[in-house]
Design a protein around this ligand. Sequence first.
Ligand SMILES: NC(=O)c1ccc[n+]([C@@H]2O[C@H](COP(=O)([O-])OP(=O)(O)OC[C@H]3O[C@@H](n4cnc5c(N)ncnc54)[C@H](OP(=O)(O)O)[C@@H]3O)[C@@H](O)[C@H]2O)c1
Length: 112
Amino acid sequence: MTVGGEATATGNGQTVCVTGAGGYIGSWIVKLLLEKGYAVRGTVRNPDDAKNAHLRGLAGAAERLVLCKADLLDGDALRAAIAGCHGVFHTASPITDDPVRLTFFSGEISAL
Ligand SMILES: NC(=O)c1ccc[n+]([C@@H]2O[C@H](COP(=O)([O-])OP(=O)(O)OC[C@H]3O[C@@H](n4cnc5c(N)ncnc54)[C@H](OP(=O)(O)O)[C@@H]3O)[C@@H](O)[C@H]2O)c1
């Protein structure tokens, strides 16, 4: 697994972005994509955080997983993570019940 840079596409040669890669649902999607031979670009807010360490142990992660640092509030980082990917699983989700912030987060994603 690398941080930043490019995932080396092997397997079926396609790259898929998974936002919230270190989360519950994101982690399962990353695992399944790697098992199916995809190169995966996973977004996390802090690639060095120990809570994302389990991703390093996934089969295929060393060769085909790249973790990109991206907050949902950072449109440029999200665009960079998604650019060139064949598909995106958007699982990153801010934990807030503030309707103003939730509307903002939704707008950031739809604008990409
Ligand atoms: N789990 C379920 O059974 C279930 C069922 C139905 C629907 N859902 C929905 O599916 C989505 C994911 O659920 P989950 O269980 O996988 O949640 P989770 O384990 O809490 O993962 C959510 C991820 O979102 C990321 N995140 C939070 N705020 C962010 C921000 N501002 N910018 C970038 N990333 C941010 C977190 O990344 P960091 O690690 O960087 O903080 C975390 O890894 C949620 O919308 C949830 O409501 C879940």
